[in-house]
Design a protein around this ligand. Structure first.
Ligand code: PLP
Length: 512
């Protein structure tokens, strides 16, 4: 066949047969179906959340793959993937994966994931995304409305809670600089101001606040931890004291970071009181609701977030409590105008005239340039399931955590810390009073590792008052109380095993 004298290829050849286009859609269908079938088969037969492998065992298998020798065959590559990835992956969908803030994902979001990577829109400019930009904007508006941020609110999707927190604190820092410049005849230089900036954050807050402070050029003492009460919620009286101290010492509080759902304890800081204090002090209030944002969809627990509507900025992680695949997060702000602090115009991408022509883009608001269309996953989730269904799933895990907490309070083998407002449970195996008690830390560390090595369940660990504790983060509505009871028996068994094997000789020595 020829066109105006030029031969027209009818079949792709070589490397080009791998390019996704109108001629290769059959290969795309075939290849993705094979991949989906393999994952489906693996998920259907996964009986444990983890194989229990170790880096020492797995690393040689991955090193042995010769990346200079392609297999030229998707089926062979998928078969190989079984050994280097699928066999030993950690499966968050499994009801006995109880460790970190990783949720099982909903199928509508997986559908979105497949579509967004195939179309591959980039959410920086309209001319790279068109409808994607508008869909993301609708979801930002939807989330801002659920929070109650008011008509001037805006925001942008990000890669995760850490990036959302960084972005919020960048905006807060720039607002603090602008206020400092407006409030004095000789505006302080950046070098003068940065060492004086402080962030007040719950002592139980997330470490991304500290990382952000470093990235933002603040001093090593910039983040002041505010003590929490016995329920691990920020104490407003301490916050008031710290705000006052900073004022007296000539320091500028550029932001107060309240947490709606602390990573370890699921505690929600008293947002109304904190908002009052921030209003009185003129401090920016950021609410890190990376975890607690699931309550925005709950029909029964939304009130736990009361006060969040008074924030200047909010972090939400749909990939924690909206059952979305990684990554899916957003930063919301009360006043769209503050997003200008991350706006730069480039002739090659988003010249200022585009803003004048009202051509919508998201890159003017984002720290990223090329950016995934993660919003599509949430869009399909809301269009197929609806927000209430997401809220019901989240409510279920919050209920389950309360039941698990009760189970633990009645179990003399364990000691349990505060009752979570969300879905974590922090506890530890407590050996009987006496010399064995001294070995509690090691017994708990051992129990956690032994459990993971068996693959029967995966739990997390943390420290409370410098002692080692275990943690359940419940995000899977399929996890039953029977699963939890079983895992507790396994943990107690491992801890007792440790004590009897390791401790007995030591106890004898101590006794002798
Ligand atoms: C309260 C809180 N904020 C922020 C983050 C960071 O989120 P990401 O892991 O998505 O960066 C986490 C992660 O666990 C978190 O628990």
């Amino acid at each position: 066949m020829s066109f105006q004298g030029h031969p027209v290829e009818t079949r792709p050849a070589g490397a080009r047969e791998h390019l996704f286009n109108g001629r290769t859609v059959e290969g795309y269908r075939h290849s993705l179906t094979a991949g989906i079938d393999r994952v489906a088969a693996r998920i259907a037969r996964t009986e444990r959340p983890f194989s229990g492998t170790t880096p020492d065992r797995l690393a040689p298998e991955i090193s042995a793959v010769d990346l200079e020798q392609p297999l030229h065959d998707p089926a062979a590559a998928l078969a190989e993937l079984e050994d280097v990835y699928l066999r030993d992956a950690v499966y968050f969908h499994h009801p006995r994966y109880l460790a970190h803030l990783n949720c099982p994902v909903v199928i509508p979001a997986l559908l979105g994931e497949a579509i967004l990577s195939a179309v591959n829109s980039s959410l920086d400019t309209w001319d790279q995304s068109a409808g994607g930009t508008l869909i993301e904007r609708r979801l930002i508006d939807w989330t801002a409305e659920r929070i109650g941020l008011g008509p001037a609110a805006d925001g942008v999707f990000t890669s995760g809670g850490s990036q959302s927190n960084l972005h919020a604190l960048l905006l807060a820092r720039e607002e603090a600089r602008a206020r400092a410049a407006a409030g004095s005849d000789t505006s302080p230089t950046r070098a003068e101001l940065l060492p004086k900036l402080r962030i007040l954050a719950s002592a139980a807050g997330h470490f991304s606040v500290q990382k952000s402070a470093k990235l933002l050029g603040l001093g090593p003492d910039a983040v002041i931890p505010v003590a929490t009460d016995q329920d691990r919620r920020m104490r407003p009286a301490v916050l008031a004291r710290e705000l006052d101290r900073c004022r007296r010492e000539g320091l500028t509080v550029m932001a107060v970071v309240a947490t709606a759902g602390t990573t370890d304890f699921g505690s929600i800081d008293p947002l109304p009181q904190i908002a009052d204090l921030c209003a009185a002090a003129g401090a920016w209030l950021h609410v890190d609701a990376a975890y607690g944002c699931g309550l925005l969809a709950s029909r029964t627990r939304r009130h736990l977030l009361d006060g969040i509507e008074r924030a200047d900025s909010v972090t939400v992680d749909y990939h924690k409590s909206f059952f979305q695949p990684v990554s899916s997060s957003a930063l919301l702000v009360r006043d769209a105008a503050v997003l200008r602090h991350a706006t730069y115009h480039a002739d090659y991408l988003n010249p200022a005239r585009m803003a004048e022509q009202k051509i919508p883009n998201q890159v003017d608001k984002s720290l990223q340039t090329t950016r995934r269309f993660d919003a599509l996953k949430l869009w399909l989730t809301l269009r197929i399931m609806g927000a209430d269904a997401i809220g019901e799933l989240f409510d279920e895990v919050v209920d389950r955590a309360a039941q698990a907490w009760e189970l633990l309070t009645e179990d003399p083998r364990f000691e349990v810390v505060t009752r979570s407002q969300l879905s974590t449970v922090v506890f530890r195996y407590l050996p009987e009073a006496g010399p064995a008690r001294e070995l509690a830390d090691d017994a708990n560390l051992f129990a956690r590792e032994a459990l993971a090595a068996s693959g029967a369940a995966v739990v997390a660990g943390t420290k409370v008052d410098d002692r080692h504790y275990l943690k359940f983060t419940l995000l899977n509505p399929e996890t039953t109380l029977a699963d939890i009871a079983h895992v507790l028996d396994l943990l107690a068994g491992h801890a007792e095993d440790y004590l009897s094997r390791k401790a007995a000789p030591e106890l004898c020595r101590q006794a002798g």
